[in-house]
Design a protein around this ligand. Structure first.
Ligand code: SF4
Ligand code: FES
Length: 375
């Protein structure tokens, strides 16, 4: 009763999502209200990004069912609505995972997003931290009904830092908003319409603004990746560490992706929704190109400690304390015989330097142990 009175005083709206009621401020979107509840109740969002104005409303992964519009008008909304763009009303009842219609529609959206997306996760640098990969596992179907040729594009070179794989792009517009809102000279955008729509620079131009590297962090798939990290390691073999430096351009608060004492990649810190975290001063923690691409030595950073990684993420595998090593079963199933070496990987691999036996070196492998990447 006292709580109800308090909510009334503040003029908060009551919204019920999957049978859980929260009080939110007027103007809050359904997605934000669901994020306040957290867990499975929160719809996935592939194009919405809270730090980018105008984002959302493109991908339809965040669809929910509004079973009652408000206390004043409790009629249900006839169609599913995009939760990132629909604001709550007092007394609204929303269904996300409790709605069969939503789950069916979301599976359809995943199928549509995957129509043209190549299934190249084994060679994609985004694997392990790709939102589309997670979405497909959680909401997709195991097969596709698509029988036609997938879209292909003429490759565009975006300069020395950013690699574009247009076939992986889901046209979420996040990178376009990032370039628009963080840099003073946007050079890329979505050209053409419909099936021909693509991310490109109009006349072949490099993206070289000092904050443009943030497009890599906002891209939910592997369409924009870091050329300085490309093919160097899988994210789940690296250990993310929080670190900072005194940077004259940005907050300097980053995440280092390390293996041994080698820094393989530098990114902004991300929150539980996969979005750039706020800095300790409460501003969005975008980082500059200098921190991201040029500070790849431990000496450049003050390391704060290991990043807290969600234990459901593949990146948390084998990290830190309490690692349980599974029992070695090979000798048992081989009846005591030693397993035969089927192939000497050092001889056939295009990646290793053949004179270096990776299993014999001390400590983890470093980039010096691999062949330099072909430009
Ligand atoms: S390149 Fe990435 S961030 Fe840009 S529109 Fe495509 S999917 Fe979105
Ligand atoms: S996240 Fe709402 S439409 Fe994409």
């Amino acid at each position: 009763m006292a709580e109800e009175k308090k909510a009334e005083e503040k003029k908060l709206f009551k919204v019920t999502i999957d049978n859980i009621t929260v009080d939110v401020e007027p103007g809050t979107t359904i997605l934000h209200a669901a994020r306040m509840v957290g867990g499975d109740v929160t719809p996935p969002a592939m194009c919405y990004y809270s730090k980018l104005k105008g984002s959302g409303g493109k991908c339809r992964t965040c669809l929910v069912e509004v079973a009652a519009g408000s206390t004043a008008d409790p009629r249900p909304m006839p169609k599913l609505v995009a939760s990132c763009r629909t604001t709550v009303m007092d007394g609204m009842i929303v269904k996300n995972i409790t709605s069969e219609r939503v789950l069916e529609a979301r599976a359809g959206v995943v199928e549509l997003l995957l129509i043209n997306h190549p299934l190249d996760c084994p060679i994609c640098d985004q694997a392990g931290e790709c939102h589309l990969q997670d979405l497909s596992y959680e909401h997709g179907k195991e097969g596709t009904r698509y029988e036609f040729k997938r879209r292909t594009f003429t490759p565009h070179n975006l300069g020395e830092y950013i690699q574009l794989h247009m076939t992986r792009c889901i046209l979420c517009y996040r990178c376009v908003y990032t370039a628009n809102q963080l840099t003073n000279k946007r050079e890329h955008g979505i050209l053409d319409r419909g099936d021909h729509a693509e991310i490109a620079t109009y006349i072949e131009k490099a993206l070289d603004n000092e904050f443009i590297g943030n497009v890599i962090d906002v891209c939910p798939v592997g369409a924009l990746t870091d050329k300085t990290f490309r093919f160097k390691n899988r994210v789940w073999f690296t250990k993310p560490m929080d670190a900072h430096r005194d940077c004259p351009t940005c907050s300097g608060q980053v995440q280092l992706w390390m293996r041994g004492d080698e820094v393989y990649r530098v990114t902004a810190r991300k929150d539980e929704w996969g979005e750039v975290k706020d800095t300790t001063e409460g501003k969005p923690g975008w980082i500059c190109n200098d921190c991201r691409f040029h500070k790849k030595s431990v000496k450049d950073w003050v390391i704060e400690g290991p990043t807290q990684v969600n234990r459901h993420s593949v990146i948390s595998q084998g990290h830190y304390v309490n690692t349980v090593t599974p029992k070695e079963t090979l000798p048992e199933v081989m009846g005591g015989r030693a397993p035969k070496l089927l192939m000497n990987i050092h001889k056939v691999s295009d990646v290793n330097r053949p004179e270096i036996q990776l299993s014999k070196i001390e400590g983890p492998a470093h980039s010096d142990d691999f062949k330099p990447p072909t430009p």
